[in-house]
Design a protein around this ligand. Structure first.
Ligand code: MG
Ligand code: MG
Length: 246
């Protein structure tokens, strides 16, 4: 789906709200803070900006952000979990402005973390940017995942297979999907006005996952650390435009 200038402008504004949710939650991350508090901080940004949440009530999800510590990959429900020195925490945020969606995630250290945790965060973010570089007119979509996979695997890590990125617009999750690995086919040819959420999930160990009994939290099967970075990006005549950063 190709978006008009007016649609892209609304998505730019939704993306800006998501970026502000990132800024506010990042500033609140420290040992002793609960993940429920991060959710409150993000909800305050939505309220202040007059934006709606795309996460709240999504298939029954009970919060406006996902908070996924350590060996949790994605979709963690914020709650009484207290962040501790040495944890890493993945925070996924979304917003709707005038019917258009933004979606982005980051992983942050809590206080001092291990060298491995720091390296995982750095590699995962770098893999996202390597993927974003391929969101240019005429490129094939699955080159994004090939680039993500190359960065993650060169560092000795694995890329999650069961959860992927997606096109985004008037719904958070639109077709086509954006795998974070080479799926064996090149995928659609990119055109200006297409918008995608690219979101590598990278594990220190293997890529297998399981879901917690709450039906949401996705864990690494081997208990290894996992990081998650995501941006919402448009394909434009001037190259990739990242909507979800300030
Ligand atoms: Mg997300
Ligand atoms: Mg997403």
């Amino acid at each position: 789906m190709r978006r008009s200038r007016d649609e892209l402008d609304k998505m730019r504004r939704a993306g800006r709200v998501v970026a502000e949710m990132h800024e506010a939650t990042r500033a609140a991350i420290r040992p002793g803070v609960t993940t429920a508090r991060l959710n409150e901080v993000a909800a305050d940004v939505l309220e202040r900006r007059g934006a709606r949440s795309n996460f709240l009530h999504y298939h029954g999800f009970p919060a406006v952000i996902c908070t996924s510590p350590n060996d949790m990959i994605v979709h963690g429900i914020p709650g009484a979990r207290v962040l501790e020195e040495g944890d890493i925490i993945s925070v996924d945020c979304g917003a709707i402005v005038e019917g258009y969606h933004g979606d982005a995630a980051y992983t942050a250290p809590v206080g001092e973390v291990s060298d491995e945790a720091r390296r995982l965060i750095e590699v995962t973010e770098r893999s996202l940017w390597a993927g974003i570089d391929h969101l240019v007119i005429g490129e094939r979509l699955h080159e994004v995942g090939r680039a993500v996979q190359r960065v993650a695997e060169a560092a000795g890590y694995s890329v999650v297979r069961e959860y992927v990125g997606h096109a985004i617009g008037t719904a958070m999750h639109e077709s086509p999907q954006v795998p974070n690995y080479w799926p064996g086919t090149p995928g659609p040819t990119l055109k200006s006005g297409m918008v995608f959420a690219v979101e590598p999930m990278v594990n220190v160990g293997g890529y297998d996952t399981y879901v917690l009994d709450d039906g949401w939290g996705v864990m690494t099967a081997d208990g290894s650390l996992s990081a998650h970075f995501e941006h919402t990006i448009a394909v434009t005549d001037e190259g990739p435009e990242v909507f979800t950063r300030l």
